[in-house]
Design a protein around this ligand. Structure first.
Ligand code: HEC
Length: 157
């Protein structure tokens, strides 16, 4: 009888230890994933122009308010389903984007997301960070994408 109790105690002790290990393992994995997640959307790359039709964009110092207003209307109509000003939603927030990306990269991402997600290293890293959510093509012209970019410049950082 004494032996049986001892074995039982031993067994439950071993099981407990195993469970603890499992929990620890899971936890450190989750932590690693989170730190990797922070990288792509917060990373700064002011050289990459992306893949697509836009290879040069001129940005004047002053914001063109009329253009930004047209961009805001387009953004509300075509982008708000997935993007939220000021916080992460299905995709990253557009605030301060020109501090992190070139204007060419941003416009190529808006106009040509399929190819960007296939070929551009930064877009691919974002795709992983956003759990494989696709930035879909909203059939935006280059001229329209430029107005959205102007709108992004008016947002608080
Ligand atoms: C169906 C959801 C969806 C829609 C609609 C959408 N996006 Fe996105 N967007 C995403 C996701 C998700 C990402 C991150 C990359 C990925 O996972 O494909 C992204 C990434 C981006 C990026 C890169 C952001 C960064 O911080 O580097 C820009 C810029 C962008 N989107 C602009 C737009 C604009 C402008 C529109 C509207 C014309 C739009 N998106 C519409 C889902 C969407």
């Amino acid at each position: 009888m004494k032996h049986r109790v001892l074995i039982l105690v031993l067994l439950s002790f071993i099981t407990f230890q195993c469970k603890q290990k499992q929990v620890k393992g899971k936890f450190s994995f989750a932590k690693k994933e989170t730190s990797e997640k922070l990288q792509a959307s917060k990373s700064i790359n002011l050289e990459n122009k992306g893949v697509g039709p836009i290879d040069s964009v001129v940005i004047s110092e002053e914001i063109n308010a009329e253009m930004a207003e047209r961009g805001r209307a387009l953004y509300d109509q075509k982008c708000r389903a997935c993007h939220k000003v000021g916080s992460t939603f299905i995709g990253p927030p557009p605030n301060g984007i020109l501090e992190r990306r070139t204007p060419e990269w941003v416009m190529n991402m808006i106009i040509n997301p399929e190819e960007m997600l296939q070929k551009d290293s930064l877009a691919k890293a974002l795709f992983i960070e956003f759990n494989g959510q696709l930035m879909t093509n909203q059939q935006v012209t280059a001229e329209e994408a430029r107005t959205i970019l102007e709108y992004f410049r008016t947002l608080d950082h």
